[in-house]
Design a protein around this ligand. Sequence first.
Ligand code: DAT
Ligand code: MG
Length: 132
Amino acid sequence: MQRTYIMLKPDAVQRGLMGEVIGRIERKGYKIVDAKLMHLGKEIIAEHYAHLTDKPFFPDLEAFMTSGPVFGMIVEGENAIDGMRQLMGPTNVFEAAPGTIRGDFASDLTCNIIHGSDAPETAEIEIKRFFG
Ligand code: DAT
Ligand code: MG
């Protein structure tokens, strides 16, 4: 069993897509073992996206991620980290196939609906960051 940190981004919450995306996670067979709505500040976004703070698009990413509530979840299942990344589709939405969450609902590089941890180490750190 693996746990991963999943976050529905402000565009998903604002567009009323939470139910749709959560339904896909549940239908895949994963369990949501904790969840909460949060309004994130700049500090935690800079920490969460520390690998991107020097990128030219970081100011847009920061503004987007602090623009409204996000829905953070701990999702559990066998191979859930890679499995969720498959359900989500790739970072580049223009390469995200229909049938994936990003492929079906996102058409912008920054506003891409969903975050999912990319490795066991980051999953552990992110679960601690958002759920303590
Ligand atoms: P992922 O969210 O797939 O793990 P990441 O960690 O590399 O991807 O980047 C975090 C977020 O930053 C990503 O979901 C959207 C934004 N982002 C990444 N690359 C971008 C780019 N080239 N232009 C605009 N936003 C980008
Ligand atoms: Mg990432």
